[in-house]
Write a protein that binds this ligand. Structure first.
Ligand SMILES: [Mn+2]
Length: 283
């Protein structure tokens, strides 16, 4: 099938059409497929849409991967392709669910206000109005990146089961070993006001809910004493305290364990102090 496949979409391809193409290319064994684009609703050379198994129509033509037919209401082309090609892929299912919401204009209210993936597709169609191939080839790596993001989210949600909950002066804290900070929103959704993490490289961070009265200045002061060689950085907003991120890899990472960091957050830096400076300051 590989060499011979032609995928047919519609002119000015939209997110649904492009995602359907991408699923066939990435998961459907059509990596070297030729792309063709026809006016929406039509087929290649006006032949029946599913006549030739090597010519696959998506989002046009009224065939098996076109949702513009009475028995496919509420679906989208990407969903029809997904069900056929990779029905058990969880990250893909999450992606296509969002594509379907956008395509059927049932995306949550307010989500259209910011620049989003749909606007990205519209932008490519403005850049290349008569070159749908360019739109498609520009979007394929973006869809790859979106898929990576969804896979990462699934991993984070599974890892979240290993979280540690603890009390802080400002409310519930959640700590997670093996994360790089990506689970902060999950933590807040679980009622935490503060989230602490340590990743595989020993990079650590503390983040607090944006609408909270958390002030990490005292934690920062204690860390400067008991973990003085580490590159701790206090964000000017006082709600983020970091030692190592992909944006700013630390010259010297923290030597603390996550448990020790939690104790520092709880104001127990004294227990960890190897000198007397914290004790002096608290006297
Ligand atoms: Mn479409």
């Amino acid at each position: 099938m590989e060499e011979l496949t032609t995928i047919v979409g519609h002119l000015a391809p939209d997110l649904d059409c492009l995602t359907a193409i991408w699923i066939l290319v990435r998961f459907g064994g059509a990596r070297n497929a030729t792309l063709q684009f026809v006016p929406a609703g039509q087929t290649l050379h006006h032949r029946p849409p599913d006549e030739d198994p090597h010519i696959i129509h998506v989002d046009t033509g009224g065939g098996r991967f076109d949702h513009h037919r009475p028995d496919a209401q509420g679906l989208c082309a990407a969903e029809l392709v997904r069900r056929s090609v990779a029905p058990d892929d969880e990250a893909l299912a999450r992606m296509v669910k969002q594509v379907n919401q956008i395509d059927n204009a049932t995306a949550p209210r307010g989500s259209q206000g910011f620049f989003n993936v749909n606007a990205l597709v519209a932008g490519y169609n403005l850049l290349f109005p008569n070159r749908p191939h360019h739109v498609a080839y520009a979007m394929l790596p973006n869809l790859d990146a979106w898929y990576e993001h969804e896979q990462r989210q699934i991993q984070l949600e599974k890892a979240f089961a290993r979280r540690v909950e603890f009390e802080t002066p400002w409310g519930l804290g959640i700590a997670l070993d093996g994360d790089d900070g990506g689970s902060s929103k999950l933590a807040y959704r679980h009622g935490a006001v503060l989230y602490a993490y340590r990743n595989e490289k020993g990079w650590m961070g503390i983040a607090a809910r944006s609408r909270s009265n958390v002030d990490l200045s005292p934690v920062y002061r204690d860390l400067r004493i008991i973990d003085r060689d580490a590159d701790w950085y206090l964000h000017p907003g006082k709600r983020m305290l970091l030692c190592g991120t992909p944006k700013a890899p630390p010259r010297s990472p923290s030597r603390l364990t996550l448990d020790e960091l939690v104790r520092v957050i709880q104001g127990e830096a004294l227990f960890l102090d190897r000198s007397s400076s914290v004790a002096d300051r608290h006297r």
